[in-house]
Design a protein around this ligand. Structure first.
Ligand code: B12
Length: 161
């Protein structure tokens, strides 16, 4: 399965540091660590491409290649997140969303047409999602129900970059 991981645009704000980034000749403060972690937890026989829209656009070949689009966002990225969900659905892709915005306001993300909501900490809810995909489920909402993963011995983000 081909997975396109998409990180939406941040608007300009105090925390977008655009002047500092320009001085450093960089386009983003940090890589999207949540999505990198997601890629490291999902089945490693799946194929992954990651596009941070703060760095560049998704190209046509990447859209064509993707079977499933997975997005993460903070509330501040809402506008572009919702646009990217629309765009992915317009192209006939299945869409999964997780991260702080979807976890805080799941109904907003569902209303725009996301097929899967993978909420709370991915360590707990991604295995539920993977099982649902294996069963052929076309949609689903996956929650941790208060379970807290032990991340102290899982350097996912570091092994994946
Ligand atoms: C680093 C950080 C930043 C950095 C960099 C962000 C970046 N580009 O990556 C900076 C300093 C720029 C930043 C800024 C802001 N931040 Co900030 N930030 C964080 C922080 C401290 C860590 C995020 C992180 O990378 N964690 C490590 C990765 C591995 O974890 P993660 O992203 O949380 O992902 C896990 C889960 O969320 C989940 N997950 C995430 N994505 C996905 C996707 C899928 C599909 C799935 C299944 C799971 C999943 O699974 C992952 C593993 O458990 C968090 C607080 C925290 N301690 O988590 C706040 C946090 C994300 N930030 C927050 C906020 C509000 C902001 C600001 C809006 C602050 C402000 N008022 O201006 C700004 C916005 C930035 C902008 N440009 O305008 C809130 C978001 C709340 C929300 N519901 O949207 C948080 C949660 C802090 C808080 N409790 O309020 N931030």
């Amino acid at each position: 399965m081909n997975i396109l991981l998409l990180y939406p645009l941040f608007p300009k704000s105090f925390w977008s540091f655009e002047k500092t980034l320009a001085l450093l000749n960089r386009k983003a403060m940090l890589p999207p660590l949540g999505l990198v972690t997601v890629a490291a937890i999902l089945p490693q026989e799946w194929e992954f491409k990651l596009v941070d829209r703060n760095v560049r656009e998704v190209n046509q070949a990447e859209w064509d290649w993707a079977d499933l689009v997975i997005l993460s966002a903070m509330i501040v990225q809402k506008e572009d997140l919702l646009e990217q969900i629309h765009e992915a659905k317009r192209r006939g892709k299945r869409v999964a969303v997780g991260g702080p915005y979807a976890t805080a306001l799941p109904h907003e993300v569902m209303e725009v047409g996301a097929d899967y909501l993978i909420l709370d900490e991915g360590e707990t809810t991604l295995p539920l999602f993977t099982r649902a995909i294996a069963r052929g489920d076309q949609s689903g909402i996956f929650r941790a129900n208060g379970e807290r993963p032990d991340v102290s011995h899982k350097p996912y983000a570091y092994s994946a970059v």
